[in-house]
Design a protein around this ligand. Structure first.
Ligand code: ARG
Length: 455
């Protein structure tokens, strides 16, 4: 074969399998892992103290070089591990080549990813908490707002807007607990697994775990290098969080439409149209709704990469980082936008009040009949007929004369009709988790406890 072809193929492979454009963001954790590993090698006298010092000094300098952009991470360097090792040898000579003794890039990358993800999870939890704070504040300032609650996108029963805000708060609380739970499985050290069979050097894995702040050791070297469950799990939790955000964003899109006009958000979170001067599109909410598709795509990517892979490491696994980072970045910025939406949300009370259909009080009327001894199913039928009558007369339930009520049940007198008030309907729901003022105040107190806010 001619050398020109060889060069062409080298170039092709560099372009194809180099992962440095993606894994460069692991440089800090890679160096942190290597410094701990160098200490581990000194401990078992595979390298001398002086050699260990030289390696650690070299790695520390390389970190600065990469940070400042002095060391260019070019594609021909293949990946972040090779890039750092190459630079180390160039700086301190052959001693640099001793660092990789008993280690493989297979246990190295698995360690780097876990170190990186551990921090990322902590940051996501902080962002979720900030969003919960915004929701809690929104709930506090909207506790007196009576709002239509929907099922099937039809007005169903009146609720306090704060009750809605607390629903989103609760979803986020579950997301947070999923991430914290996932963190337990992330924070396990695979280093020492070597390529797959375990290191042939008696490296003290417990020492490495202590140095790097891991809570435990992977119990099997094959599994240690081939496990990417923690990434699939993380992206799965990201997907559920994105789904939660997309559903709330859909509410926001609907409620800020011309027809509803219930809410507004900060004008910076909406944009105009290039042609229609009147438009204020709820872009932030729409885009966040759309980005949930992207994160679900990341989940499908990682699951599909892993499906059917033989044990242990396979190069396919290099494809784990793009979905991981993409999901992480999308969720991070998404949470900040989500928070801003709640922070700046204002309710247009006039629009809300005008749109509230008093047929939402039908359940209360049926409940009233039950209290008069009418079996609920019968009461339900009577009130349904009353509602039909109000529809045929194009008026509200409260506009029907008491005489009409009486035709359906003798119990439906002035007193019953007088009870038909939105706020009274809401305040009947005092059950734990209900929408009555006192029940919502309890939820706010629960939220305060979670957020550590002083009562
Ligand atoms: N860049 C590789 C990855 O991200 C590192 C591990 C490579 N291991 C190997 N045996 N080629 O997966």
């Amino acid at each position: 074969m001619d050398s020109g072809y060889d060069e062409t193929l080298k170039q092709l492979m560099d372009d194809f399998h180099s992962s440095i454009d993606v894994d460069r963001r692991l440089f800090r954790v890679d160096i942190r892992g290597s410094i701990a590993y160098a200490r581990g090698l000194v401990r078992i006298a595979v390298i001398t103290d002086e050699e260990g010092q030289a390696i650690i000094q070299g790695l520390t300098e390389i970190e600065g070089e990469i940070e400042r952009g002095d060391y260019k991470l070019t594609r021909d360097l293949e990946d972040i591990h090779m890039a750092i090792e190459k630079r180390l040898i160039a700086k301190i000579g052959p001693t640099g080549g001793k660092l990789h003794t008993g280690r493989s890039r297979n246990d190295q990358i698995a360690t780097d990813e876990r170190l990186y993800l551990r921090n990322a999870i902590d940051e996501i939890i902080t962002l979720i908490t900030a969003c919960q704070q915004a929701l809690h504040q929104l709930a506090e300032r909207t506790i007196e707002v009576i709002f239509p609650g929907y099922t099937h996108l039809q007005q169903a029963q009146p609720i306090r807007f704060a009750h809605y805000a607390m629903a989103i708060f609760s979803e986020l609380e579950r997301d947070k607990s999923r991430f914290s739970d996932c963190r337990k499985r992330v924070n396990i050290l695979p280093l020492g697994s070597g390529a797959m069979a375990g290191s042939a050097f008696p490296i003290d894995r417990t020492f490495l775990a202590q140095e790097l702040g891991f809570d435990g050791l992977s119990p099997n070297s094959l599994d240690g290098v081939s496990d990417r469950d923690f990434i699939a799990e993380f992206i799965s939790h990201c997907s559920i969080l994105m789904i939660h955000m997309s559903r709330a964003c859909e509410d926001i899109v609907i409620w800020s439409s011309t027809e509803f006009g219930y809410i507004t958000v900060h004008p910076r979170l909406a944009t105009g149209s290039s042609i229609m001067p009147q438009k204020k599109n709820p872009d932030a909410a729409e885009l966040l709704r759309g980005k949930s598709g992207r994160v679900i795509g990341d989940l499908i990517t990682i699951l599909t990469v892993l499906k059917g892979l033989p044990h242990a490491y396979n190069k396919d696994m290099q494809e784990d980082k793009e979905p991981l980072f993409d999901a992480l970045d999308t969720v991070s910025i998404g949470l900040s936008v989500f928070t801003a939406l709640w922070q700046s949300m204002a309710i247009r009370q006039d629009r809300v009040t005008k749109s509230m259909d008093d047929a939402m009080l039908a359940t209360d009327l049926a409940d009233y009949l039950t209290k008069c001894g009418v079996p609920f199913r019968e009461g339900h039928g009577m009130v349904a007929a009353l509602v039909d009558e109000s529809i045929s007369r194009s008026c509200g339930l409260r506009d029907l004369p008491v005489a009409t009520y009486q035709q359906y049940s003798e119990h439906l007198d002035e007193r019953a009709v007088a009870l038909l008030q939105f706020d009274e309907s809401a305040d009947k729901r005092t059950v734990l988790g209900g929408t009555a003022r006192e029940a919502v105040v309890e939820q706010l107190a629960w939220a305060k406890g979670i957020l550590g806010v002083k009562a």
